[in-house]
Ligand binder design. Structure first.
Ligand code: TRH
Length: 388
């Protein structure tokens, strides 16, 4: 139907502010638009090293390459003269190159400019999602697109084959996944957790609780800065990925930083996942298992509103004691200054509800799936606004 055809060409602009989240989301989106929406997608990113960590085939030394059906370009100063795409995505306030904007202005039919925002569960998000954002100088159609967890937002990214991949991941696949990381599967009866968190997490308190607890805990830690905090706590030297160490009730497994699809498999192989930022947080929700979120810290504790807003949504429908345990655990994990509940006590409270939380995680993932995937919603959003 005229006016609702999914746009054919896309330019996604991404600046790596820090860590992996910005490129993690943009790369997932780019792959989906190319693979599932059959778009011709160019991804412009200013730093290819984090992309290489998420997807080894992406060569950080090449300024232009085709990877997983996406044309990946290093975004550097002196932007080349290119024909703008039908839809231009400015991710997370990264801005667009001035020359590129002028090329957009010069197009007979102006491209659609989409300002992709960060994910938030705050109440104002549905009211702002999809609003026009008129450019101060140029008559280019520009709109806000807000991902989110409720109807009226853009949803969250979810590949079309994710549920099938998850369902097909059984005991054999789990064994293979552990073997590929250099380990035997953890023995039955242990609580297996993955750990991806920022440096300021109250890790030592949690490790002490695990070490001194009655139950065996296996902690899988992908390579990253936080590994150093494990070495400090256990007073061990640099342990290489594929190796681990034990003390008391805890076994620590140091893993490589794996590619995005393998990270999903790690999440599926655990009983509880500690995740952070934006994209791993969403993947842990799709894993349909209990999770603990370390939110990206912002100035003036702005992140705290986001944390509470998500807790309000996530805990709705949970029996009160289990909801209180989730709140206590997440608040304690995110409080760098003197949390009201010690992290050890918070963990014990959280674990006491593990069966309820496991069931709830499945219900939450099913509810999220009903919203529809963000890439598809974005394609539809643009189809309704692009002028052909
Ligand atoms: O890395 P993050 O902390 O990213 C961000 C950025 O800090 C960003 O600036 C900030 O605004 C945002 O958080 C909120 O966390 P995130 O979003 O979870 O991204 C991590 C990515 O790394 C995600 O795509 C999952 C992936 N990953 C792997 O592919 N393999 C791994 O082994 C691990 C640990 C993660």
């Amino acid at each position: 139907m005229r006016g609702t055809k999914v746009p054919g060409t896309w330019d996604i602009f991404c600046r790596v502010v820090d860590n992996f989240g910005d490129i993690g989301v943009c790369w997932r989106l780019a792959r989906q638009l190319a693979g599932e929406q059959r778009g011709t997608v160019r991804l412009w990113v200013d730093d290819l090293a984090p992309l290489h960590a998420l997807w080894r085939e992406a060569d950080p030394g090449r300024a232009r390459q085709l990877v997983a059906g996406v044309e990946v370009h290093r975004w550097s100063a002196g932007f080349p003269a290119v024909q703008p795409a039908e839809v231009v995505i400015e991710a997370f306030g990264c801005g667009l190159p001035e020359d590129y904007v002028l090329a957009m202005v010069g197009c007979g039919r102006h491209p659609l400019w989409v300002v992709l925002e960060y994910l938030s569960a705050e109440r104002w998000v549905p009211e702002h999602h999809g609003l026009p954002s008129p450019h101060p100088r140029w008559p280019i159609p520009r709109y806000f697109f807000f991902p989110g967890f409720v109807a009226g937002t853009g949803g969250v990214l979810c590949e079309a084959d994710l549920a099938a991949r998850r369902a097909a991941f059984g005991a054999d696949e789990r064994r293979r996944a552990w073997a590929s990381l250099g380990f035997e599967p953890p023995v039955a009866g242990s609580t297996v957790v993955s750990m991806f968190a920022y440096d300021h997490a109250p890790l030592a308190g949690l490790l002490a609780a695990w070490e001194q607890g009655d139950e065996p805990v296996v902690v899988a830690v992908p390579q990253g800065k936080i590994v150093g905090s494990f070495f400090d706590y256990f007073d061990v030297g640099g342990v290489e990925p594929g190796h681990g160490f034990r003390r008391g009730s805890i076994e620590v497994r140091i893993l490589p930083f794996v590619e995005q699809p393998r990270y999903d498999e790690l999440l599926w192989s655990c009983d509880c996942n500690f995740v952070r930022g934006e994209d791993s947080f969403v993947r842990a929700q799709w894993a349909a298992l209990p999770l603990v979120w370390h939110i990206y810290p912002q100035a003036e504790r702005a992140h705290w509103h986001k944390l509470e807003a998500f807790l309000d949504l996530y805990c709705a429908g949970l029996p009160q004691p289990a909801a209180a345990a989730v709140r206590a655990m997440w608040r304690s994990w995110n409080s760098s200054d003197d949390p009201a509940v010690s992290i050890g006590a918070a963990w014990r409270g959280f674990q006491a509800h593990r069966a309820t939380l496991a069931g709830h995680a499945q219900a939450w993932a099913a509810r999220l799936a009903e919203l529809g995937d963000m890439a598809g919603r974005l394609a539809q959003f643009c189809a309704e606004r692009v002028k052909y």
